[in-house]
Design a protein around this ligand. Structure first.
Ligand code: PXL
Length: 264
């Protein structure tokens, strides 16, 4: 027997390997847990954009969930791209059926390149079915604006919006400042309290998949027994290292260097 912890990502595939399932599996592996995946959608994608999306059927998502949960029970879960209400419902039912724990929900709406990854009609299901099951949600600024219904242009508005989201949906929320406000300061609102996670700004234009990476690193750390505060702080350190290592691949905003620890 060994004490290897296990982590599941429920997300979409990014053929360029920078975001989605591929970023999640790399992140979880480098963070020392056994990584598994339930694929919700296939994207034809590279560092310049998304050229096609094929959703997996809700039945086949349920089959993948059954296969994973009846054999290797995940110690933590990250949820990413979930494009339709039917997909959200299939995931929520399986999570309830297996009494899943330690759930990090990245409310993915639009790719960095501008492609819509969540259909408009899926927003209500995401809010009503998945947020209540999550231990923490990790919106970026544009997603935070949609969830809070307010503009977020500075740190004061981040404080207000995080509180609005946390109270409106009764959840813990890590609002990521990277989009437009500043580069590395994220804000946790949980149980009526705020905490800033301020990390060094790394000047690297290759940021494809940073959101996926942060949420799956948090999940991996929760699987290892970190509390939420430690899980976030350690995940931010990992992201800083992967950005600082400075991989430069592709013609657009490229992927992170996940293997920087192995290459050191
Ligand atoms: O970063 C959000 C995201 C999530 N999931 C998939 C993606 C992206 C962004 O490109 O492709 C599959």
């Amino acid at each position: 027997m060994n004490d290897m912890k296990t982590c599941l990502t429920i997300a979409g595939s990014d053929s360029s390997g920078g975001a989605g399932i591929q970023a999640d599996l790399k992140t979880m592996t480098v963070n020392g847990v056994y990584a598994m995946s339930v694929i919700t959608a296939l994207t034809a994608q590279n560092t310049q954009g998304v050229t096609g999306i094929v959703d997996v059927t809700p039945e086949f998502i349920r089959d993948q969930m059954d296969a994973v949960f009846t054999d290797i029970y995940p110690d933590a879960i990250k949820i990413g791209m979930v494009s339709s209400p039917e997909i959200v419902e299939a995931i929520a039912r399986s999570l309830e059926k297996y009494d899943a724990k330690n759930i990090v929900l990245d409310p993915v709406m639009v790719a960095t390149s501008g492609a819509k990854l969540l259909k408009e009609e899926a927003m209500d299901s995401l809010i009503n079915r998945l947020i209540p099951l999550a231990d923490v949600i990790t919106p970026n600024i544009p997603e935070g604006e949609i969830l809070s219904g307010m503009e977020i242009k500075n740190e004061d508005e981040m404080l207000k919006a995080a509180e609005v989201i946390g109270e409106k949906y009764a959840c813990a929320v890590l609002l990521k400042g990277g989009h437009s406000i500043n580069d590395a300061n994220d804000l946790l609102y949980k149980d009526g309290k705020f905490k800033w996670y301020r990390t060094e700004r790394i000047n690297n234009p290759n940021t494809h998949g940073t959101g996926c990476t942060l949420s799956s690193a948090i999940a991996a750390n929760l699987a290892k027994g970190n509390d939420l505060d430690e899980a976030i702080a350690n995940a931010k350190d990992y992201l800083t290292g992967a950005l600082r290592a400075g991989l430069d691949l592709g013609k657009g905003s490229g992927p992170l260097m996940h293997n920087y620890k192995i290459l050191k």
